[in-house]
Design a protein around this ligand. Structure first.
Ligand code: AP5
Length: 209
């Protein structure tokens, strides 16, 4: 099954992607993670991406689409995949339609009032990418999954988060209608605890098996 995870920054896409990947053996492809890896390794793509991600703006479509097309062509995507953070514009969705068929779009719907706190309190594992919220860590600085060190993302500060939310509303939210017209959107309420959100998603995925 080919799945897209849609939702505002902080909606819980990465959190749910990790659970879905474990539960349904689907490769988790996050364009944000790909850019962060390139930034860490100081590649040309990373240098370009950094100038956008630091401001909470989108990396240009041509660059992003090329990366995704290459990634989806790899062996591990032959039997399905899960995209997290792509597409983010109508142009990206149209480019994706030319290379693959999307079966399901999971739209995680969260009150915007929760997102600033979720993002500014987020800590991420530098090794496996698992996300935590600082209020649940009780001072722990290592990942419960792999013991990697936890860090705060550079774009998780109030000013950049506001910019990311504005970009989401203007450029990404229209995708709900784009995929809605194709009849493949599954809306899930994302205000609940991660386990409850995952229960709703896994019930849907099991029903489609
Ligand atoms: P990206 O890494 O994709 O960031 P994002 O979309 O802003 O999403 P986040 O990763 O911040 O949030 P999330 O929904 O995954 O939330 P999470 O599960 O971690 O992109 C970063 C940048 O890269 C972009 O700004 C852009 O510059 C560039 N980029 C990426 N893709 C691109 C594209 N396609 N085109 C162009 N540019 C692109 O959860 C957040 C927090 O909330 C965590 O602390 C978590 O523990 C907590 N939490 C999660 N779920 C719940 C819950 N149900 N209840 C309570 N707390 C919860």
């Amino acid at each position: 099954m080919n799945i897209i995870l849609l939702g505002a920054p902080g909606a819980g896409k990465g959190t749910q992607a990790s659970k879905i990947s474990d539960g349904f053996s689907l490769p988790h492809i996050s364009t944000g993670d790909i850019f962060r890896e390139n930034i860490k390794n100081r590649t040309p793509i990373g240098m370009l991406a950094k100038s956008y991600t630091d401001q909470g703006l989108l990396v240009p479509d041509e660059v992003t689409c090329q990366i995704v097309e290459e990634r989806l062509g790899r062996e591990d995507c032959k039997n399905g995949y899960m995209l997290d953070g792509f597409p983010r514009t109508i142009a990206q969705a149209e480019a994706l339609d030319k290379i693959t068929k999307v079966d399901l779009v999971i739209n995680i719907d969260v009150d915007f009032s929760l997102l600033l706190d979720r993002l500014c309190g987020r800590r991420v594992c530098k090794d496996c990418g698992e996300s935590y919220h600082i209020t649940k860590l009780n001072g722990e600085t290592k990942c419960a999954r792999c013991s990697g060190e936890l860090y705060q993302r550079k774009d998780d500060n109030p000013e950049t988060v506001q910019s990311r939310l504005d970009v989401y509303k203007a450029q990404t939210a229209p995708l709900i209608e784009y995929y809605g017209k194709k009849g493949i959107v599954f809306n899930v309420e994302g205000n609940a605890a991660p386990e409850a959100v995952y229960a709703a998603i896994s019930a849907k995925l099991n029903a489609l098996k």
